[in-house]
Design a protein around this ligand. Structure first.
Ligand code: ADP
Ligand code: MG
Length: 312
């Protein structure tokens, strides 16, 4: 079974159990409206040594920041403000001392910067490698929550930053060039927390998610859940310095926001975003009635075997 096949299996197998007011599996976070027009959002992510990181290639402090960043990105992806996290660590003896203290310094840095309280977790010994699990909790007015299922035909598709640096950096790390500029980007993801909150408050923004597995893979979640298609103009995909187009489309772990918005308001939205953040939004295509995902090169459909990235 693939990772997504397994998640589908889980979702189906548990669909008939009580939801207790939660909107569960399938989006970047689960959503729980708690009254007064507000919702809490919940998301969990796991980092495993040897799968998600190599201890020799990333510092403990960087990993502390990253463990939090990937979760805050999922909260931001739904237009919510991060409020708290739970942190569970499974540590082998050789990581239990100084390594763990440095990890917590990194975790503290991003907790302070993004305003998330650390409210609990668990700590155990490990026989084989470091495992880090973070659960993040966000809060938002219900009307600000942006779901993957809200894309509409005619919407403009945007990404809120350049893509591919992280994927290019991973290749540099595998080649032993740990200090290449893109490798530094790969080790230091920054969640678009302020951007996500800002986009959450804009009514013309419809569907939103964060790019963790790569545009080519992640956009399909919006299409599947919204029951729509998309046409993406490949020359409009913003390629980060040090990356190439294919890596920008297929590489993982950029943690930039991908969203759709009412096309009639797209220009003003982009102009306001630039005023707010001093950076552009990148329009890359349009949502269509159906027809799946079509890559356009010079306006003509192109057969590209572009797939996203998977750890599973
Ligand atoms: P993301 O990349 O945004 O973290 P994932 O692709 O990891 O999202 O997960 C997709 C959806 O499946 C999310 O709603 C997530 O909460 C859910 N999910 C993933 N793994 C499990 C699991 N083992 N049990 C229940 N839900 C899961
Ligand atoms: Mg996500």
């Amino acid at each position: 079974m693939t990772e997504f096949g397994f998640i589908d299996h889980i979702a189906r197998r548990f669909a008939d159990l009580p939801g207790n007011g939660f909107e569960g599996i399938g989006d970047d976070c689960a959503v729980f409206p708690f009254g007064g027009g507000e919702a809490l959002l919940f998301t969990a992510d796991l980092l495993t040594e040897g799968v998600h990181f190599l201890r020799a290639a990333t510092s403990a402090r960087e990993l502390g920041r990253k463990a939090l960043a990937v979760n805050l990105s999922d909260v931001a992806a739904m237009g919510a403000r991060p409020v708290a996290t739970l942190l569970s660590l499974s540590l082998p003896a050789d990581a239990a001392g100084e390594w763990a203290a440095e990890f917590m310094e990194g975790y503290r840095e991003f907790s302070a910067e993004f305003g998330a309280a650390l409210i609990g977790g668990d700590t155990t010994r490990s026989e084989a490698g470091i495992t880090i699990n973070v659960t993040a909790i966000g809060r938002a007015p219900e009307t600000h929550v942006k779901r993957r299922s809200a894309a509409r035909p005619g919407d403009a598709i945007f990404v809120a930053g350049e893509l591919g640096a992280s994927g290019a950096g991973l290749r540099e790390i595998f080649a032993g060039r740990l200090d290449a500029p893109t490798a530094v980007v790969h080790r230091n993801p920054r969640p678009q927390v302020a951007e996500g909150l800002w986009l959450g408050a804009r009514r013309e923004v419809h569907a939103m998610m964060d790019l963790s597995d790569g545009l080519a893979s992640d956009i399909r979640h919006i299409l599947d859940r919204s029951g729509v298609g998309a046409r993406i103009e490949v020359e409009r995909i913003p390629v980060a310095s040090g990356a190439d187009l294919r890596t920008a489309a297929c590489g993982g772990e950029d943690y930039k926001l991908l969203f759709t918005a009412d096309a009639r308001q797209a220009d003003r939205l982009a102009a306001d975003f630039r005023t707010a953040f001093g950076a552009p939004l990148h329009p890359i295509g349009r949502i269509t009635d159906g027809g799946g995902l079509v890559w356009l090169r010079d306006g003509v459909p192109a057969e590209l075997d572009w797939q996203g990235f998977t750890h599973y």
